[in-house]
Design a protein around this ligand. Structure first.
Ligand code: THU
Length: 133
């Protein structure tokens, strides 16, 4: 599936975003190695902190459905610039993929750019890098 098609799926998911507080609607589409696509949207809460971002929503949905082999993820938001995934979502994505994992973004001018995960999260936290036991 090409990047444009995956972005279109992220836009479909974006329409389901529940964002009455920020009014910032985000959608994501996660392509798995087997060809399945899991969609995600942000889901806010009146207590604010339980809010889940679109990216984690898609990742958790895939995991819950027994799929952990991911090919790439597309994310769309409402910013004029690209909506870069937050640090928490990047860390969650990094748990399951390697540093070159493609993150595809579209800005509000329709421009699509592809980043490697390592560009967005160069210094990932890794438990195995502890120096003491
Ligand atoms: N949000 C996402 O869904 N993904 C991100 O990577 C950044 C932020 C959502 C969370 C919240 O519902 C809204 O955008 C404003 O922060």
């Amino acid at each position: 599936m090409d990047n444009e098609e995956l972005i279109e799926k992220a836009k479909v998911a974006q329409r389901n975003a529940y964002a009455p507080y920020s009014k910032f609607h985000v959608g994501s589409a996660l392509l798995c190695k087997g060809g399945e696509v899991f969609m995600g949207c942000n889901v806010e809460n009146r207590s604010f902190t339980p809010t889940v971002c679109a990216e984690r929503s898609a990742i958790f949905s895939a995991i819950a459905n027994g799929t952990r082999d991911f090919e790439k993820i597309a994310v769309v938001g409402e910013a004029i610039d690209f909506t870069y995934p937050c640090g928490v979502c990047l860390q969650v994505i990094s748990e399951f993929v390697d540093d070159d994992f493609p993150v595809i973004l579209q800005n509000n001018n329709g421009e699509i750019r592809e980043f490697a995960l390592k560009e967005l999260l160069p210094l990932t936290f890794r438990l195995e890098e502890r120096t003491t036991k």
